[in-house]
Design a protein around this ligand. Structure first.
Ligand code: GTP
Ligand code: MG
Length: 233
C-alpha cells in the first residue's frame, strides 16, 4: 500500500517534529526520527521527509524565527520559489500544527501564509493542537473557528516528551498512546481522498509567478520569508 503523505506546517516549536515522530515511529523522538527542539530555537531546516507506519511525513521549517538577515525582495522571492517547488505533491492531509492557546499576531500571519501556500488543498486541511485535549477544543470552538477560518477540522493531541522519572514516563506513555490512537481514528473518519494543492499543478516557471503573486498579495509573507530563509544566504 502507498504511504499516506502528510505535511506539517506551523510556527517554530509548535510540535511538528514530535507529531511526525509519533506518526512514523510511535515515539516522540528517536535517533533516526525528526530532530526535536527545545521550543525556542528552530531546529528543522527547510523540509525533511521520513517514512514509517504507513506514513510519509513532510516536516517543514517552523515559521516565526527572528533570524533576520539582509535579504533583498528579489532574493526572498527566489527562496520562496525554491521552497514552493518542493511542495508539489499530492497529500492525504495538510496539517497546520499549533500549540494550545490564544492566537497571537505571529500565529495569525503563519495561518495566512499556510492558506496561501496550500491554496486548493483546503478540503484536506486539519489544524492539530498540541499539548491539548478535546475538552479544550470544545470549550473554545467559537474562537478557534474564527481564528482558523477556512478550516473546520480540529484535532487535539498531547505528546509529552520522554521523562526520566519512571512513574511520570508511564503516565506520559499512556497519554501519547491514547492521543495517537485518537488522531488516527479521527483522520480515518474524515475519509478524505488525497488532494493536490494549486502549487502542485504548476511548472517551475508557474511556481516563480505564483511566488511573485504571493509577495504582492500578502505583505507579511515577504517578512516571514526573510525571517525563515535569511540565515541560508
Ligand atoms: N507536553 C507536550 N509537549 C510537546 C508536545 N509537542 C511538542 N512538545 C514539546 O515542544 C517542544 C518543541 O517540539 P518540536 O516537535 O521540536 O517542535 P517543532 O514544531 O518541530 O519545532 P521547529 O522544528 O523548531 O519548528 C519540545 O520540547 C517538545 O517536547 C505536546 O503535544 N505536549
Ligand atoms: Mg521541528
Amino acid at each position: 500500500m502507498v504511504d499516506k503523505r502528510v505535511i506539517l506546517f506551523g510556527n517554530t516549536g509548535s510540535g511538528k517534529s514530535t507529531l511526525g515522530n509519533m506518526l512514523i515511529k510511535g515515539k516522540p523522538c528517536c535517533a533516526d526520527g525528526f530532530e526535536i527542539g527545545d521550543g525556542f530555537r528552530g531546529v528543522t531546516s527547510n523540509m525533511t521527509i521520513k517514512h514509517g507506519n504507513g506514513w510519509a511525513v513532510v516536516d517543514c521549517i517552523g515559521l516565526g524565527e527572528t533570524k533576520l538577515g539582509t535579504v533583498s525582495n528579489e532574493d526572498a522571492k527566489k527562496l520562496l520559489s525554491e521552497f514552493l517547488k518542493k511542495l508539489r505533491y499530492s497529500y492525504s492531509y495538510i496539517f497546520y500544527v499549533a500549540k494550545k492557546g490564544r492566537m497571537d499576531e505571529a500565529q495569525a500571519a503563519t495561518w495566512r501564509i499556510f492558506k496561501s501556500y496550500f491554496k486548493g488543498g483546503e478540503s484536506n486541511f486539519v489544524v492539530i493542537f498540541t499539548g491539548a485535549d478535546q475538552e479544550w477544543i470544545d470549550q473554545h470552538k467559537s474562537h478557534i473557528s474564527e481564528e482558523f477560518d477556512g478550516c473546520t477540522r480540529y484535532i487535539a493531541v498531547d505528546f509529552p516528551p520522554v521523562s526520566d522519572d519512571k512513574v511520570q514516563e508511564t503516565i506520559h506513555e499512556r497519554t501519547r498512546r491514547k492521543s495517537l490512537s485518537n488522531l488516527e481514528t479521527s483522520l480515518e473518519r474524515y475519509n478524505l481522498a488525497p488532494v493536490e494543492p494549486y502549487v502542485s499543478s504548476l511548472s517551475d516557471a508557474g511556481v516563480v509567478s505564483f511566488a511573485a503573486e504571493l509577495f504582492s498579495v500578502i505583505g507579511e509573507i515577504a517578512a516571514q520569508v526573510v525571517k525563515v530563509f535569511g540565515s541560508a544566504l
